[in-house]
Ligand binder design. Structure first.
Ligand code: KIV
Ligand code: NA
Length: 263
């Protein structure tokens, strides 16, 4: 199998073929995921909640991320390894350059940063220096305290146009991928059509180029699972089959269904 690169993702978008992403945290899951139809393994700072038991992602440090990135990278032979930069590790472009170097050296192929148009300079500098970037927009969980909770973003016109503008700005600054979390399906659809780069969605409807879910949600391990997630273990019967079902349902457009979507 050929390694997944940013070219692979671009080609899939151009062909109108969807791809599947899972946030996961260790080598075993990484290996199972790529053998069962997953193009990108995301080492998400959601590990603060799913692995460490915190109620937000804010306590996650660079050291935590480096440890999990190295583990996930060892399990991935052809999947693209995407790694989150944790809270406050990219507050300035210099911090971002320094911490991206560390996370790339630990085994990541692309880094993900949360934020809007203010990230423009950072994205440009990373891009110029050879670091592929995924810009995470909409519900950015590192800002949960500023949002006053985990809530859908972009529901009114001014919020929606700010997210759309940020998406366009960051793609122009050199972001290779965008990720939209918990935004209305229509807004995600518009952004996906407006930018050339692939758009990954979670709680962002059916029209994005890809979907991402957290492994704990796919396997039904989350106590109060979010509306946008789905337990695939019930159908699959075992972990590999659950992941394969998720990948197949993303690619065929069966997932997400109406019950997983915000309007
Ligand atoms: O940390 C994470 O798992 C994420 C995804 C939910 C997009 O950022
Ligand atoms: Na994250």
């Amino acid at each position: 199998t050929k390694p997944v690169t940013i070219h692979t993702l671009r080609t899939l978008k151009e062909q109108g073929d969807k791809f599947a992403v899972i946030a996961l945290y260790d080598a075993v899951m990484s290996a199972i995921a790529e053998r069962n139809g997953i193009e990108i393994v995301l080492v998400g700072d959601s590990l603060g909640m799913t692995v460490q038991g915190h109620n937000s992602t804010l306590p996650v440090t660079m050291e935590h991320m480096l440890y999990h990135v190295a583990n996930v990278a060892r399990g991935a032979r052809h999947a693209l390894v995407l790694a989150d930069l944790p809270f406050m590790s990219y507050a300035t472009p210099d911090d971002a350059l320094h911490n991206c170097a560390r996370i790339m050296q630990a085994g990541a192929h692309m880094v993900k940063l949360e934020g809007g148009a203010w990230l423009e300079d950072t994205v440009r500098q990373l891009s110029e220096r050879g670091i592929p970037v995924c810009a995470h927009l909409g519900l950015t969980p590192q800002s949960v305290n500023k949002f006053g909770g985990f809530r859908v973003q972009g529901r009114n016109d001014s919020e929606a146009s700010a997210i759309l503008q940020a998406a366009i700005t960051l793609a122009e600054a050199g972001a290779d991928v965008l990720l939209l979390e918990c935004v209305p399906a229509s807004l995600a659809g518009e952004i996906t059509r407006r930018v050339k780069v692939p758009v990954i969605g979670i709680g962002a409807g059916r029209e994005t180029d890809a979907q991402v879910l957290v492994i704990n949600d796919i396997l039904g391990l989350t106590e109060r699972a979010p509306k946008f997630s789905k337990n695939f273990l019930q159908q699959g019967g075992n972990i590999a089959a659950a992941i394969a079902q998720y990948a197949a349902d993303v690619k065929s457009g069966v997932f997400p269904s109406d019950e997983n979507i915000f309007l």
